[in-house]
Design a protein around this ligand. Structure first.
Ligand code: AMP
Ligand code: FE
Ligand code: FE
Ligand code: ZN
Length: 302
């Protein structure tokens, strides 16, 4: 139903939601999305999105291109990022993604962490390509051909290189097979402690929101006690409305957010052609956007 709405009537969405259509989690070619930052904004405008957040993994390098296009297409822009982090849980810890909104992109502590993550993501990808290269026709150059200068490198780019070589059909098949956690090709990467990441985002004037905290299809999720710990450290909200959450999970996360006084957001996690997620398929209430805008160091570009 929603898909039809998106496809048939871009301005219709704006009429249905007079407070605005707000999507606070999307990716560009600055990380593992397939649209350039400017094209991402254009796609959002065409879909009837009124305010978009660009949240590339561990980088803000897409902000300039997105901001320029946002002015041209009259789309509100929340400048953000999705910070890779590691929550201290039992065992090896649990990887989490922390959305950061409206932070100072030059803040030294946060920048040092994201740069360290990005550097180790590259080393890790080199190791994975080396291992894959023992069994499949894939080289580092093949991977680089799937990226732009400055792209935060991730497994999706390895998947794209494998697809270009004809080894898999698409990213989904690669993630279901050789790129899965636990295969002999999988290598992890550095990420800062999640509590420290929440503090660093706040120190940089940003608004930290835990991305897809109940997405158990992609790996381990954190227990409620971790969410409580992050809330005590300054977490502002939980991304509740997300395609990787079942209705039950959404209800449970809403209850947790309410009991901890956290904001509730909803977003598409759009990756262009890299994932099935459609832009605007989940959205955030206008009052929540205003609360985020009030807490952030930067303006929402309107
Ligand atoms: P990495 O951060 O390099 O470990 O790769 C994880 C990224 O891969 C996430 O940000 C997802 O957007 C993407 N991803 C995970 N599973 C899939 C999938 N089945 N198809 C496409 N992209 C995926
Ligand atoms: Fe991604
Ligand atoms: Fe994520
Ligand atoms: Zn994401």
């Amino acid at each position: 139903m929603l898909h039809l709405t998106l496809r048939c009537a871009s301005t219709g969405l704006r009429d249905l939601y007079p407070g605005g259509v707000i999507d606070l989690h999307t990716h560009s070619t600055a990380s593992d999305g397939t649209d350039s930052p400017a094209r991402l904004v254009e796609v959002a405008a065409r879909a009837g999105i009124t305010t978009l957040a660009i949240t590339d993994h561990d980088t803000t390098s897409g902000w300039t291109g997105a901001a320029e296009a946002a002015g041209r297409h009259q789309v509100g822009l929340v400048r953000g990022a999705e910070i890779s982090a590691l929550a201290r849980t039992t065992g090896w810890g649990t990887g989490v993604h922390l959305l950061a909104y409206l932070h100072d992109p030059t803040h030294p502590a946060l920048l040092a962490e994201t740069e360290r993550t990005r550097a180790d993501r590259e080393s890790r990808a080199r190791r994975m390509v080396d291992l894959l290269g023992e069994d499949y026709p894939i080289t580092w150059e093949d991977l680089l051909a799937q990226t732009k200068p400055g792209t935060t490198i991730g497994r999706p780019h390895i998947a794209d290189a494998l697809a270009a070589a004809g080894v898999v059909r698409d990213r989904e098949e690669a993630f279901a097979t050789m790129l899965r956690v636990g295969t002999r090709y999988y290598v992890g990467h550095y990420a800062p402690d999640a509590v420290a990441a929440v503090r660093a985002v706040r120190a940089a004037g940003g608004v930290p929101v835990l991305a897809h905290p109940g997405a158990d299809g992609r790996g381990r999720i954190v227990p409620d006690s971790t969410i409580e710990e992050l809330a005590a450290a300054g977490l502002a909200g939980l991304e509740v409305e997300h395609r990787d959450h079942t209705p039950d999970t959404r209800r449970r996360l809403r209850d947790i957010a309410e009991s901890l006084g956290l904001l509730v957001t909803g977003s598409s996690d759009f990756h262009g052609a890299g994932k099935h997620n459609l832009i605007g398929e989940n959205t955030t209430e206008p009052e929540v956007l205003e609360a985020i805008a009030e807490q952030g160091a930067l303006e929402v570009l309107r």
